[in-house]
Design a binder for this molecule. Sequence first.
Ligand SMILES: Cc1cc2nc3c(=O)[nH]c(=O)nc-3n(C[C@H](O)[C@H](O)[C@H](O)COP(=O)(O)O)c2cc1C
Length: 185
Amino acid sequence: MIRIGIILGSTRPGRNGEAVARWVHEHAVKRGDAHYELVDLKDFDLPHLDEPLAAATGVYEHPHTRTWSDTIDGFDGFVFVTPEYNHSISGALKTAIDFLFAEWHDKAAGVVGYGVSGGVRAAEHLRQVLGQVRVADVQAGVELLMHADFEGFTTFKPAAHQEDMLGRLLDQVVSWSTALRPLRR
Ligand SMILES: Cc1cc2nc3c(=O)[nH]c(=O)nc-3n(C[C@H](O)[C@H](O)[C@H](O)COP(=O)(O)O)c2cc1C
């Protein structure tokens, strides 16, 4: 069965991202078409990039890098749950991507963004970064608006259509992750 990691890209206390990632995971597991797992960056406690050699070498000095590497290596595809901070993704998410290289290759990903403007600018930045680490980003996306999908900007209550958008995104992530399998062997 295809394994999809749902990567929660915000780490700050009181983050809205946790409710969003749980919503994605809850809907995903009901589908029964893949193994879906929540990957919370907070649990990995990665520092600023502290590996002496570039990730492209695959040579890692630190245990935290090896743990992160083993985790990402085990997935066939991803759903990135990303906040928008100053028109981009969080520093924590960018660092987590930068720590690795081959572990990302030839996998598919969808982006669930959220923010005042639906996280669209962060999502577009993320797509650029993903291209460099050879992740194929799917067309469908989820754009959650602070004023429409979060009551009082803090309680996550997604509008009904967001579930359909998420379904489309997951369809595409599963089909592309499956199609790219021969390249990963
Ligand atoms: C440092 C910071 C910068 C932000 N910049 C933007 C922004 O440029 N555009 C936007 O739409 N929302 C922006 N926001 C609002 C966030 O998208 C919103 O607060 C969201 O809940 C952040 O995700 P989190 O709660 O999981 O940390 C910003 C929030 C923070 C904390």
